[in-house]
Design a binder for this molecule. Structure first.
Ligand code: S3P
Length: 422
């Protein structure tokens, strides 16, 4: 396989985090929320189907959806267990909403979801008065939730997690009094921005968000920006292939999500943001990236939540950089759709990289030539896409088991990859 420069333009699909929230907040708002550029990935479709099971009518016309909200108190009891599929965002955020409904519900998902920690949301929700149990007693789904009257709390989260923060704030929509969440570092703030847009009062100060329960939420018109987490794959490829010049259009560059741009610039990438604007309350730009060379760096501390989903592809980039890259403070990677520290270390080592797994990250010495290997994606979309780009960069595509899992967040990934490679 020859390695040709990536040239031209690319429009990547809508942001996954924002798409989920459009459905959830739209369902709880009065009136019809119209969403353009909605991500038709399996995770967001799981969120749609959960709310349809609770009596919300949602019209899905490919990239546009209409959510016919029934107000804060309009959900009805689901007739069967709510299936969250592979989606941690669906499971955790919905739990916050269900904790306050006048009915009981059960939540489950696939094998990966049944291993992911839910204690992190169960603990604060119980403090608010919720009645939630992990049916298998291991702190994971399936969850049984019996709706209760809740009270606002001030919660200091031990992890910087937008899913935890959002679950607590969503429960706070129904609680008596103000609900406050403080995180060790600020995680993505789409919930705070979007709930504000839907009419709730959310005050933010550093890594603290405080929600005053609103009387109602009101339907919105939303254009979902392209997902920087999906842009990350082609951004990486173009930045590392000499002669590339790729314009990635309409990408969300929210400062709580743009860590990859900061790190890549620090590693020497040639990245220019064009046409910066605000779209539905979110900062957006077109990203122009030109091929060049990278050098190693250190990634740790407060920037980690702003690039947590991009660390697998950043680890790939580090293999092609000159010198050493150290990633630390990223233990959260172990509890994603797979253990991303272990799976990336194993796969990159199989391809020939010099990579060492640590307690909370990886150490990568760049510059060793990579070659094809057998990679198990563990049905983790970000693993499958990261190793596809590793293959593109070394000119020797790995065999990726479970490669179709990219449909979780980027259904057309291989189509775009093929187009850009030809
Ligand atoms: C998300 C938050 C992050 C991220 C996930 C989406 C969200 O998870 O990894 O892909 O939409 O709130 P954590 O909150 O567990 O860090």
């Amino acid at each position: 396989m020859t390695i040709s420069p990536l040239r031209g333009e690319l429009t990547i699909p809508g942001d996954k985090s924002i798409s989920h929230r459009c459905v959830m907040f739209g369902a709880l708002a009065k009136g019809t929320t119209r969403v353009e550029n909605f991500l038709q990935g399996a995770d967001c479709l799981s969120t749609i189907s959960c709310f349809q099971s609770m009596g919300i009518s949602i019209e899905n016309n490919t990239s546009r959806i209409l959510v016919h909200g029934k107000g804060l108190h309009g959900l009805t009891a689901p007739k069967s267990v709510l299936d969250c599929g592979n989606s941690g965002t669906t499971t955790r955020l919905i739990s916050g909403i269900l904790a306050a409904q006048p009915f009981s519900s059960r939540l489950t998902g696939d094998d990966s979801i049944k291993k992911r920690p839910m204690g992190r949301i169960i603990t604060p929700l119980i403090e608010m008065g919720a009645n939630i149990t992990s049916e298998s007693g291991n702190g994971c789904a399936p969850l049984y939730i019996r709706g209760q009257n809740l009270k606002g709390i001030s919660y200091c989260s031990p992890v910087a997690s937008a899913q935890v923060k959002s679950a607590v704030l969503l429960a706070g929509l129904y609680a008596e009094g103000i609900t406050t969440v403080t995180e060790p570092y600020l995680s993505r703030n789409h919930t705070e921005l979007m709930l504000g847009g839907f009419g709730a009062k959310v005050e933010c100060n550093g890594s603290t968000a405080a929600l005053t329960p609103p009387k109602e939420l009101f339907a919105q018109e939303i254009f979902v920006p392209g997902d920087i987490s999906s842009a990350a794959y082609f951004l990486t490829a173009a930045a590392l292939i000499p002669g590339s010049e790729l314009l990635i259009k309409n990408v969300g560059i929210n400062p709580t999500r743009d860590g990859i741009l900061r790190v890549y610039r620090d590693m020497g990438a040639d990245i220019t943001l064009l046409n910066k604007r605000t779209s539905s309350g979110e900062p957006v730009a077109d990203i122009l990236v030109r091929g060049g060379t990278f050098h190693g760096t250190t990634i740790r501390g407060s920037i980690i939540p702003a690039l947590i989903d991009e660390l697998p592809i950043i680890a790939v980039a580090a293999c092609f950089a000159e010198g050493e890259t150290v990633i630390s403070d990223a233990a959260e990677l172990k509890v994603k759709e797979s253990n991303r520290i272990a799976v990336m270390t194993e796969g990159l080592a199989a391809m020939g990289a010099d990579v060492t797994e640590t307690e909370d990250g990886m150490i990568i010495k760049g510059g060793r030539p990579l070659k094809s290997a057998f990679i198990d994606s563990c049905l983790d979309h970000r693993i499958a896409m990261s190793f596809s780009i590793a293959g593109l960069l070394c000119g020797d595509m790995p065999h990726i088991k479970g490669r179709d899992c990219v449909n979780i967040s980027y259904p057309d990934f291989y189509k775009d990859l093929k187009r850009l490679m030809s």
